[in-house]
Design a protein around this ligand. Structure first.
Ligand code: CU
Length: 93
């Protein structure tokens, strides 16, 4: 029954990418953050976007670092989300 075990491991390998977390990271420059509550609003606006795994906002650097699934979200959608929340952003170059 060794072939069965081989088959099982081959199947596992083939299926793994479906479950593996494929995430992409983008850094946004965020405008209008003036107080400690602003980053919370920005973070919430980003985490509401389908496909966003997490967002970390830095008030000092005026940036947002976003981890997202590139199959479900895109940087342009993230920019739109913060902009709609009152914090226009752009992809950090
Ligand atoms: Cu504020």
């Amino acid at each position: 029954m060794r072939w069965l075990r081989v088959l099982a491991s081959v199947l596992t390998l083939a299926v793994t990418p479906v479950f593996g977390a494929v995430t992409q990271t983008v850094v946004l420059d965020v405008q209008n953050m003036t107080c400690e509550l602003c980053p919370i609003t920005v973070k919430k606006s980003l985490e509401q976007v389908p496909g966003v795994a997490s967002a970390r906002v830095d008030l000092d650097k005026k940036t947002a670092t976003v981890h997202f699934d590139p199959d479900k979200a895109a940087p342009a959608v993230l920019v739109k989300a913060t902009t709609n929340a009152g914090f226009p952003s752009a992809i950090h170059k």
